[in-house]
Design a protein around this ligand. Structure first.
Ligand SMILES: C[S@@+](CC[C@H](N)C(=O)[O-])C[C@H]1O[C@@H](n2cnc3c(N)ncnc32)[C@H](O)[C@@H]1O
Length: 549
């Protein structure tokens, strides 16, 4: 999407129209305040229409914010925040905005429970899209957490944040409902919510208005083509932003500056919920320092499918929070893909016991194993063709057992597992079970149960393999690889008749499946001439893995 910016002259307002009339709306195609422009209707439609199917596609990036590594880091940040502020009388609540697939909520609740087993808390996953929220409530992976009272779900529209009607418990959370600390979480959400835009030009502040090309409603965001930005004099600046915008006018070069108005509303919503202290954890791509805000020719609007995202102005968020007496923690080191920041506000009984210590602690976590570092080095954990088992296990541990990493490592793992010494097999087994525990399906075309079944078969743990393969064949009844893997595992258990049926099923489903044919032939022989099981030669590794067809 290319963007043009016109020169800042009073003529930017169409002849005969006052700036005030532009602010009030006008016909499509006219320049509007960014926060009032039709861009946000498109955004809402995009996220509404694809409620259940969006996350199985690569349209909206979510891997960096939906893995066990980021959940483990957030769990530590949450526990440290709760340790550092007055406990209040109620249990802590966590409220996630725009929780998307729900995968992060699932992982964080489990990471928190593991890190602080005695901590009583309620996690509320929210989104503005009611179908998405209903989808989480129906997701089987959430049911045990709901039964334990650890998680609940609510519709929350950041454009009009109102009371949270919790689906599972039936409770309502409104302004002042809570007395304990509250943690807000917004991953890849502030960049999606409403923004305003201003421009600094020759040390003067202007409002930056946008004109959309005239497009049919369903046109993809990339078809927006050229947005036109016009500058208007006499900008309307909300009082709470006047200090920071004046600072920008005084210090920045000629540049466009974004104001995350939707994000600021989320910060307010969280602190209004409780009389206790609050901490908002925000992860997004964005700008942290004034120098990063310089020389932006126009706001950068990046299309994702039919939606879009903007760079989040973390510098502004931090200044606003500090002006109000809060503590803003930005990362110490530059982030390549994802800035994670913490914004803390004190409650009635006080705030952080030691703000400097908390700041240093959060920054240290982010430098150590923060999501940005993890995302950047993750490709190195993929193993490669010659990786040994110890390296792969270390990578899985470092990822906090990310199922996606197992998929990348699986081909090499299946090579080395058959010769793994017994002493190590127990460790591999524990790792595989942790990977399975972290699996939260969101509609990706991945058969995780098959991956686990293959890995257990490769270690001759056939009973375990069958447990997983039962899930695989139930979920994917037309999968020839799953049927074949079940044949191999059943044969490993010396259940030759069942193995023969599964081999036959694999051939029926995929007549050209050579290894399934070989397995069937081997089983025919074994069924004709039953042997002492201890004398039966195990099938070759390729048959076990089901690869190389
Ligand atoms: C880019 S996705 C991020 C999803 C998830 N947090 C993640 O990291 O993968 C943006 C999310 O914000 C939600 N959203 C969009 N507009 C919203 C609004 N006005 N209020 C609340 N949520 C909104 C979308 O439905 C979507 O779930």
């Amino acid at each position: 999407m290319t963007v043009t910016m016109t020169t800042p002259t009073p003529a930017a307002a169409p002849a005969g129209k006052s700036i005030a009339s532009l602010l009030g709306g006008g016909s499509p195609g006219s320049a509007r305040r960014l926060a009032d422009s039709g861009l946000w209707d498109r955004q809402r439609q995009f996220y509404q229409q694809q409620a259940q199917t969006l996350w199985g596609t690569a349209m909206v990036p979510h891997g960096i914010t939906g893995n066990p590594r980021i959940a483990a880091t957030y769990a530590r940040l949450v526990v440290e925040f709760l340790r550092s502020v007055p406990a209040g009388s109620g249990r802590p609540h966590l409220v996630e905005f725009g929780a998307g697939s729900g995968r992060f909520a699932f992982l964080l609740v489990r990471a928190l429970r593991a890190l602080a087993p005695g901590l009583d808390f309620t996690y509320v996953a929210t989104d503005f899209c009611a179908d998405r929220v209903a989808g989480w409530a129906a997701h089987p992976s959430f049911h045990p957490l709901v039964d334990q009272g650890l998680i609940d779900f609510a519709v929350l529209d950041a454009d009009r944040p109102g009371p949270l009607e919790l689906l599972a418990s039936g409770r309502t959370l409104d302004a002042g409902s809570l007395d304990g600390p509250v943690v807000g979480i917004a991953n890849y959400v502030f960049d999606t919510l409403r923004h305003d835009s201003y421009a600094v030009c020759g040390g003067e502040l202007h409002e930056c208005r946008v004109t959309l090309p005239d497009l049919p409603p369903g046109a993809p965001a990339s078809a927006l083509g050229e947005l036109t930005w016009d500058l208007a004099d006499g900008p309307v600046v909300p009082p709470e932003l006047s200090g920071v915008l004046q600072f920008y006018a005084d210090t920045l070069d000629d540049t466009a500056v974004l104001v995350p108005t939707g994000g600021l509303r989320c910060l307010d919503f969280v602190s209004e919920l409780t009389t206790g202290a609050t901490c908002m954890l925000v992860a997004d791509k964005g700008h942290c320092r004034p120098v990063e805000l310089c020389s932006q020719p126009a706001p950068s609007v990046v299309p994702h499918g039919n939606g879009f995202s903007l760079m989040v102005n973390f510098d502004l968020l931090a200044r606003v929070v500090r002006e109000r007496g809060g503590v803003a923690v930005l990362p110490r080191e530059p982030a390549r893909s994802l800035v994670v920041a913490a914004f803390v506000r004190a409650g009635r009984d006080g705030g952080l016991d030691d703000p400097e210590r908390f700041t240093a602690w959060v920054q240290d976590q982010l430098v150590d194993t923060g999501p940005d570092n993890y995302f950047t080095v993750r490709s190195l954990l993929g193993g490669g063709a010659a990786a040994d088992l110890d390296t792969m296990l270390a990578g899985l541990r470092l990822s906090r057992f990310e199922p996606g990493l197992l998929i990348e490592l699986l081909p090499r793992l299946l090579d080395v597992l058959p010769t793994t010494p017994d002493a190590t097999r127990g460790e591999v087994e524990r790792s595989l079970l942790q990977l399975w525990d972290n699996w939260f399906p969101i509609g990706e075309p991945i058969d995780m149960a098959l991956c686990l079944g293959l890995a257990f078969s490769a270690m001759d743990r056939f009973a375990r393999a069958v447990d997983f393969l039962e899930l695989s064949v139930k979920e994917h009844p037309d999968s020839a690889p799953a049927a074949f893997a079940m044949g191999v595992a059943r044969r490993g258990l010396r259940d030759l008749r069942a193995a023969r049926e599964w081999a036959q099923r694999a051939v029926t489903l995929e007549p050209g499946f050579g290894q399934a044919r070989v397995l069937r032939a081997v089983l025919d022989e074994e069924l004709d001439t039953p042997l002492d099981s201890s004398l039966v030669t195990p099938l070759d590794t390729p048959l076990v893995t089901g690869r190389g067809r």
